[in-house]
Ligand binder design. Sequence first.
Ligand SMILES: Nc1ncnc2c1ncn2[C@@H]1O[C@H](COP(=O)(O)OP(=O)(O)O)[C@@H](O)[C@H]1O
Ligand SMILES: N[C@@H](CCOP(=O)(O)O)C(=O)O
Length: 321
Amino acid sequence: MAVYTEVFDDDVSAFLADYDIGRLRVLKGIAEGVENSNYLLITDQAPYILTLYERRVDPADLPFFLGLLRHLAARGLPCPQPVPGRDGEPLRTLGGRPAALVTFLEGAWARRPEVSHCAQLGDALARLHLAGLDYPLRRANSLALAGWHGLFEAVREAADGVIPGLRALVETELAFLDAHWPAGLPAGVIHADLFPDNVFFLDGTLSGVIDFYFACNDFLAYDLAVCLNAWCFEGEREFNATKAHHMISRYQKHRPLSDAEFAALPLLARGAALRFLLTRLYDWLHTPPGALVRPKDPQEYVHKLRFHQAIGGAGAYGVTR
Ligand SMILES: Nc1ncnc2c1ncn2[C@@H]1O[C@H](COP(=O)(O)OP(=O)(O)O)[C@@H](O)[C@H]1O
Ligand SMILES: N[C@@H](CCOP(=O)(O)O)C(=O)O
């Protein structure tokens, strides 16, 4: 359960005095998510999500994230909308943290994504990328290569105690990616954490995309690589090329990949696997003792990284040029 900062009915009732959205009826910590503290907040008018932004969110980035939600929704992508207070400002403070309310999206995430979910995800990802092209704000990816090095410095000494041999694996992989990371691929706004638990479906149809708090400017194809890792494995080790084929094909109906992007996919997938391996390892070692959160297992991303290291090219993802 991701609640790092506890807030209580009285605090939230006082907080709501700055809004025109009714009186508090229900406040419930949400038993999912990893990064921020989230509450379901129901007033006598509507349900909302109350988010208190935690350690990985730089408050200076919040206008980028909240503005992006408005920008994408205006271009037809179903995503939560920031709710402004009476003064027109969606960003406030609660429990000593930066906080905001967003609209509640109906639907549920796919616990066992099927081919049809992956295909719809490919659609939505391409629509997100196209809709983001004219977003005027910029945010560098703090979890790109330099950020992976920084994370690794913080876990290097403890890595082998979590998974034997992990330190050498990561050192070798970082050196490889430093030498081979592509340059000049098409870039734009990416979600950067589009896992199944951040995509809602209603009656089998994609109904919403949430959790834009890693969104940034980076290679568009890197976002596809994140999704290949998150959506196209059965369990931790078995890659499902049919799912990947449908995801990438539907993506390409809106935004065809260039030859350079296609060739770079295995590298980007290695980078994406390393990124989640490192944040999970960091969280495994640094989750605050009292936090109501279950850190995710880094081992899963060791298997995924090894898969991408072993393939001969992007053909392994079920697509050809
Ligand atoms: N706008 C929303 N509408 C409905 N449920 C939401 C919304 N935003 C978040 N949630 C719920 O909160 C959970 C955690 O949200 P998420 O943004 O993934 O948290 P975190 O930033 O901590 O990773 C989601 O899995 C979902 O159940
Ligand atoms: N998707 C990341 C963890 C971030 O959690 P989320 O709830 O924001 O998706 C992972 O699986 O490591």
